[in-house]
Design a protein around this ligand. Sequence first.
Ligand SMILES: [Mn+2]
Length: 292
Amino acid sequence: MSDERFYPPVNFASLEAAHSSFDGSRVVVLPVPYDSTVTARAGTRDGPRAIIEASADMELYDVGLGIEPWKHGIHTMPELAPHTGSPEAMCARIEEVVGELLDAGKFVVTLGGEHTVAAGAVRAHAKRAPGLCVLAFDAHSDLRDEYLDSRFNHACTLRRALDVAPVTQVGLRSASVEDAAFIREEGLSFYSPRELRAAGVDDVVSKLDDDVYITIDLDNFDPSEMSAVGTPEPGGLHWDEVSDLLIAVAKRKRIVGFDVTELSPSLGPASCAQLAAKLTYRLIGLALGPAE
Ligand SMILES: [Mn+2]
């Protein structure tokens, strides 16, 4: 029973024990406050906590979807400790923990932290879902094979995802000349916001395989809506555009897991954490549908 003399529990969506115990939850939120390879401005280590705090202020009825995703049960794990050995060791730790949660039958939501955390989460999912594809939201190409002596730098995130699964990307508007050539030569499906608008969401969905892992670098959004990122880029996507694409994906494909990364709460207004929390909640609803 909830005792209204006390604040609700601190977990994603502020759920009572009956709806947030590990055993009773279909969904597990894994906070990963890791930001060791970022080059511009650090601060994404505070992202997971800010998203979880902001989630206390959400309505648990998603009025856009008309469903109550919390009814699936959402368990929030303790924050994953950073491995200080190397980014590669950290990604291995994330892959191991996400893999354990998947093997326990959970739907896993990874909260970054920098986008690098996606490399570990994607690998865990790809090992268990042959034929998996990745849908990435990002302003940056992130296709470098190595950067600053590491193959697991945040500038390499989508290259590491490409190692294990085909990647379709939306939101692109910043790339090195090498990355741009790589996209052309490999014929990768990378959409700038303008290309997405011209092609339409169904064109993106047609590029995806049946099982989709979604990785979200919040800098895909326009800085007018999401300024709390270390590397903002003008000309980004808007909430309804991202939401409409995700709804179209959920209609025709199976969303098997996702991450939301790169929130650096001190760089922007509180509305940024709110957007990240609501996006996380909507994706849970889209992936799992109505609970019975
Ligand atoms: Mn980015």
